[in-house]
Design a protein around this ligand. Structure first.
Ligand SMILES: [Fe+2]
Length: 242
């Protein structure tokens, strides 16, 4: 069955408020007038699409992709895996999942990052993968370090991995962050706490998943992602046109 149908309107109550004084830069970045609702266009509802042939064999291995397999990155080796689902619980197959993160010391490979932690010559910090027909994805990486950031004097970002998930189209795209179970810095992070709902916060935290960990090699964290769904037009209990 094709995944036809219009996108379900975004539930803005499930997303953090763009204005949050505890997160200093949100004050100037957030809109100061009411948002206008606009009709989506076909481009937003149906594209873009990505194929497995566009990815390299090491794209989903951040331990090795920076050196093209020649030398591994420094850090605690982890596998991250999970499913991309829509809000109706349907898997989102063949969708591009992009990730980026700091190295094991908490430093990004970016010219504006001047934190004391050194760059790892074997770590770039970016990767990507495509979900399979069941919406499943996985990638290997090292556990990122926490890092301080200029906000209120002594704010630290908990260990986290940034995500972009395209879904079936631009209108379904989600940018978010994954955190690690048990990290005490989550308690103090104003970015983490821009999300006010306890259940929504919990959904950003990946639990340790020992069932998929490989002895003497790596630990595994499980992170499922939910995108907005598509509303099928039903006709005699079947999607219209099928
Ligand atoms: Fe970050």
């Amino acid at each position: 069955m094709t995944d036809a149908g219009r996108l379900i309107p975004r539930d803005r109550t499930a997303h953090p408020d763009p204005y949050d004084p505890g997160y200093k830069t949100s004050v100037l970045r957030s809109p100061n007038q009411a948002l206008l609702s606009m009709e989506s266009t076909p481009t937003e509802e149906w594209g873009p699409t990505f194929g497995h042939d566009q990815l390299g064999p090491l794209d989903n291995n951040l331990i090795l992709n920076w050196t093209k397999g020649e030398a591994p990155a420094v850090g605690e080796r982890i596998l991250v895996h999970g499913h991309v689902l829509d809000e109706l619980g349907k898997p989102v197959p063949h969708t591009l999942v992009e990730v980026w993160q700091a190295n094991a010391g908490g430093r990004y490979r970016h010219h504006k990052d001047t934190y004391f932690a050194p760059l790892d010559p074997n770590f770039g910090g970016c990767g990507r993968t495509i979900t399979d027909e069941n919406g499943y994805y996985q990638f290997m990486t090292i556990k990122p370090g926490a890092y301080p950031w200029p906000n209120r004097g002594n704010d630290w970002r908990p260990a986290h991995i940034h995500y972009s998930i395209f879904g079936h189209s631009f209108g379904q795209r989600l940018i978010s962050q994954m955190y690690f179970e048990g990290d005490p810095l989550m308690r103090y992070c104003p970015i983490f706490h821009t999300v006010k709902d306890r259940g929504q916060l919990d959904s950003l935290v990946a639990p340790l998943d020992m069932t998929m960990s490989r002895p003497l090699d790596y630990l595994t964290y499980k992170f499922d992602i939910v995108l907005r769904g598509r509303r099928q037009t039903m006709f005699e209990n079947k999607p219209e046109g099928l």
